[in-house]
Write a protein that binds this ligand. Structure first.
Ligand code: PLP
Length: 396
């Protein structure tokens, strides 16, 4: 049959839209960069609305679905959703878990914006939050209230690199009728899958190690099918779902997750051991070091290494020397992100933990002489030599 040629405006809208030939299984994952999908008729639209397909990007997108399936597998859950940022995942999950009058019991060392969200936004909506030291389980048990709905922890906490005992925290949460939610960003599923240890909800900033290329922001929530359905319904209304391109980028990056992160973890252990011996360094915080307060727990809980994040406490807190040190580094760059394939440093007091009182810094063990390091895939000897030559600004 001869193909009908429509008027120019119509042809301009449709030419090239359908590519003839076997195009349904490209070797690379296809990218669905579209705000909506064509639906054949009312029956098909009903089928799509029942979860059987795709209609509108805020509700659903094949790239998001593909990444969610991968995250469910990696984090050992029943289902996942992908959110536009790590913070979108954290806020969406917490909003799905709580209502006005509920209580959240949280570790006191968390990513700064998570604390700000819980303390400022949630307070406005009548959700109460208590912060205690999650490494002290008696304190945690004593702080549970009848209305506690969530215990909130990070697998490895920034910037002291303290390790949460997920199995013990899950038992405490469940005994108190609450659920354990864990941010697994610093560890990733390469090291541990919190759900396997009893956690109920796992969130990740996929911006970090999962993506690993410092070129997009994304987040995930992994849990049971029932909870993900609740979180998904809320996500659709809040509009916190991810876009197709970032989902595609992260799925592509996941293919190399284990090789990247394992090398970063190995490099971090070598780097920590070398820096600990440096006379210009007061202390290195990394769970691989036997002096780390949760070294034994980390060894038992993690099935690969001790993480690629560490903190270094310089010889003193002098700001000029810190600036001189950063300026003297030849390879390593200062950037307020982490988890990329290149090593980056950041300064907690002026970024992730800025605006806290001196008392809070003292309580958390943070000082102006502290630098957080996200170890990359470079040769570890080059990284160690770069730090050693720059550390001479501290005098030895
Ligand atoms: C532990 C942790 N969780 C969550 C986030 C938030 O992630 P995003 O920047 O993707 O919103 C960050 C960001 O640095 C983080 O370090």
């Amino acid at each position: 049959m001869e193909k009908k040629v429509y008027r120019r405006e119509t042809e301009l809208a449709y030419r090239g839209h359908h590519i003839p030939g076997k195009m349904d299984e490209p070797e690379a994952d296809a990218l669905y960069l579209t705000s909506a999908f064509n639906v054949k008729d009312l029956d098909e639209m009903e089928f799509v609305y029942d979860g059987g397909g795709f209609a509108y990007n805020r509700t659903n997108n094949p790239n998001r679905t593909a990444l969610a399936e991968a995250m469910t597998y990696l984090e050992s859950g029943e289902d996942s959703i992908i959110c536009g940022r790590g913070m979108a995942a954290i806020t969406t999950a917490l909003m799905a878990l709580t209502s006005s009058g509920d209580h959240i019991l949280s570790d006191m060392t968390l990513y700064g914006d998570t604390i700000t969200f819980m303390s400022s936004v949630f307070k406005k909506y009548g959700v109460d939050v208590t912060y205690v030291d999650f490494t002290d389980h008696e304190q945690v048990k004593a702080a549970i209230q009848p209305n506690t709905k969530v215990l909130y922890a990070e697998t490895i906490c920034n910037p002291m690199m303290l390790v949460s005992d997920i199995r013990a925290l899950a038992e405490i949460a469940h005994a108190g009728g609450a659920r354990l939610m864990v941010d697994n960003t610093f560890a990733t599923s390469v090291m541990v899958r919190p759900i396997e240890l009893g956690a109920d909800i796992v969130v990740n900033s996929l911006t970090k190690f999962y993506n690993g290329h410092s070129d997009c922001l994304l987040g995930s929530i992994t849990s049971t099918k029932d909870f993900i359905k609740e979180a998904y319904d809320l996500q659709t209304l809040l509009g916190t779902g991810s876009d197709a391109f970032n989902s595609w980028l992260v799925l592509r990056s996941l293919r190399t997750l284990d090789v990247r992160v394992k090398q970063q973890i190995d490099n971090a252990a070598r780097f920590a051991a070398a820096l600990e011996k440096n006379p210009n360094v007061r202390r290195v915080m990394h769970p691989s070091l036997t002096g780390h307060p949760q070294h034994a727990l980390a060894k038992e809980q993690f099935d690969y290494g001790y993480g690629a994040m560490l903190s270094v406490l310089m010889a003193d807190d002098d700001r000029e020397k810190m600036n001189a040190f950063i300026g003297k580094l030849r390879i390593v760059r200062y950037a307020t992100t982490l988890g990329g394939f290149r090593t980056t440093i950041s300064h907690p007091v002026t970024s992730s933990h800025s605006g806290m009182s001196e008392d809070e810094y003292r309580r958390l063990g943070i000082s102006a002489g502290m630098l957080r390091v996200s170890i990359g895939m470079e040769n570890p000897n080059d990284l160690i030599e770069d730090f050693e030559q720059a550390l001479t600004v501290y005098g030895k």
